[in-house]
Design a protein around this ligand. Structure first.
Ligand code: ZN
Length: 212
């Protein structure tokens, strides 16, 4: 369904859909999961039309929970515009939202047959990132696999990148979903191979690896 020229709600399966990202305003992909008790959002985006799309998706008026990948405004901008039952996020994100709980270890939830796995993702892009696996089929990563800006360069922290590869290898889902990317889904093995290639370029004593 197309809501305006650049915002779409796309179905992944019977209970999972996502809203596409936009450049103006900068707004990340928003994932909507229809559980038995709750509608779950992975990231809440920053586009002003998103709250209305969530209402239409949530026809039964269920309570809404949010999982926030990291604190950047394109991912959390709508946090005050939707009423949430629970908010899951890393410590640094909580500093920006002041709402909900801090998640620092794996959480497994079964919401009427919809299985969610929320977990901390070591990431160069942002400290305290979270990722979410659904149905052991899709893994939503936000901006977690991207580099960070440092002194006008894009770089990866070598230690974090190694930890990130290790964590991603344990994920069961084969479909990795990267925010701001078209197509939204990239196979797990391609994402891991890409990160391993970057890690392979590190030089011995340097803590940072340039993105290219
Ligand atoms: Zn970001």
């Amino acid at each position: 369904m197309i809501y305006n020229n650049n915002l779409e709600l796309i179905k992944l399966n019977n209970h999972i859909s996502y809203i596409t990202s936009t450049d103006v305003p900068l707004s990340a992909n928003v994932v909507l999961v229809n559980g038995n008790d709750h509608v779950w959002m992975f990231d809440v985006g920053n586009h002003p039309d998103i709250p209305e799309i969530v209402n239409e998706f949530n026809r039964d008026g269920k309570k809404v929970n949010a999982v926030l990948s990291h604190f950047h405004p394109d991912h959390i901008g709508n946090i005050q515009k939707i009423k949430f039952d629970k908010v899951y996020q890393g410590r640094l994100t909580f500093k920006h939202t002041g709402l909900g709980d801090i998640t620092e270890s794996d959480i497994y939830i079964d919401d009427g047959g919809v299985r969610l796995h929320i977990f901390p993702l070591p990431s160069s892009h942002s400290k305290g990132s979270l990722a979410m696996e659904a149905d052991e089929t899709y893994c939503f990563l936000g901006d977690g696999i991207y580099a960070m800006e440092r002194l006008e360069e894009k770089v990866y922290n070598a230690g974090l990148l190694k930890e990130e590869i290790n964590v991603l290898n344990t994920v069961k889902a084969d479909n990795f979903c990267l925010s701001h990317r078209e197509p939204f889904i990239t196979p797990k093995e391609i994402v891991i191979r890409h990160l391993e290639k970057i890690y392979g370029r590190r030089s011995k004593n340097e803590a940072y690896i340039k993105d290219c």
